[in-house]
Write a protein that binds this ligand. Structure first.
Ligand SMILES: [Zn+2]
Ligand SMILES: [Zn+2]
Length: 252
């Protein structure tokens, strides 16, 4: 922490806000105070399964544990999915520019945005389901996309989470593989998204059988990818599957 070389580096090349380039007062921060205010936290109450904000109903006050209409009719294969922030505003601009602009250093800088939330959620899930250990599985990329992009955002997030819970979680990057390339989910309709993902993900039973899995991704939109991942993980014998993402869309 007090490495004089790092101190010298901070003077020569001070840490900058990942969004507005303002000089930061601490290298452990990703965003300046003003930009932190631009993040939109997902407010409670949320749907028990998918973590989307539950809309107040006319007849009763919503509370955590209610289900959204989608989960009520089509419950997902994962137990719970949660994200600290909405995929709106600053994150909607910043995340794609980091991922498609090959800004790996910036991805490392913003990864701590998920860690306090992830730590709270994982400890809560462990407590609730009497789990003593779980494995962190980053949502996989096809090798060609990984080669082209140069880094995996879910992997960077999963590593950051693992560092905050070194004794209760371990990283299992090979547990889930993407065996076929797919068109971007965002370009497809809801039905096409499901079809697009059929048989694309394969889980390795030697890593996941009878293990509790925390699936880590950068963004959750419809949850179709998370659901397909949960299906593959369950087929390979995984017990509980929880999903953590840095951001999620306000609407599924
Ligand atoms: Zn800023
Ligand atoms: Zn839901």
């Amino acid at each position: 922490m007090h490495n004089p070389f790092i101190k010298l580096l901070d003077i020569i090349a001070p840490p900058l806000c990942a969004y507005c380039d303002k000089v930061l007062d601490s290298p452990s921060k990703a965003l300046c105070e003003e930009c932190m205010q631009l993040l939109i936290p997902v407010p409670s109450p949320t749907c028990f399964h998918c973590g989307i904000s539950a809309r107040p109903r006319e007849d009763e006050l919503p509370h955590n544990g209610d289900l959204c209409d989608t989960c009520m009719h089509f419950p997902p294969l994962y137990t719970q999915a949660n994200a600290p922030y909405f995929y709106e505003g600053l994150l909607r601009e910043l995340l794609p520019s980091i991922k498609y602009g090959k800004q790996e250093v910036l991805m490392h800088n913003i990864a701590p945005l998920i860690t306090p939330f992830a730590k709270e959620r994982i400890l809560h899930w462990h407590d609730l389901h009497h789990i003593s250990h779980s494995i962190l599985v980053p949502m996989p990329m096809h090798w060609f996309d990984l080669f082209r992009r140069g880094f995996s955002a879910p992997m960077i997030l999963a590593k950051a989470i693992q560092r905050t819970l070194p004794h209760t979680t371990s990283l299992a990057p090979m547990a889930l593989q993407k065996v076929r390339r797919t068109p971007p989910q965002a370009s497809l309709s809801h039905a096409a998204r499901q079809l697009n993902l059929n048989g694309v993900l394969r889980a390795d039973a030697t890593h996941v059988a009878e293990r509790h899995v925390i699936l880590v991704d950068d963004v959750l939109t419809t949850g179709a990818s998370a659901n397909q991942a949960a299906q593959a993980l369950k087929k390979a014998g995984a017990s509980h599957i929880f999903v953590l993402t840095l951001a999620r869309t306000p609407q599924a």
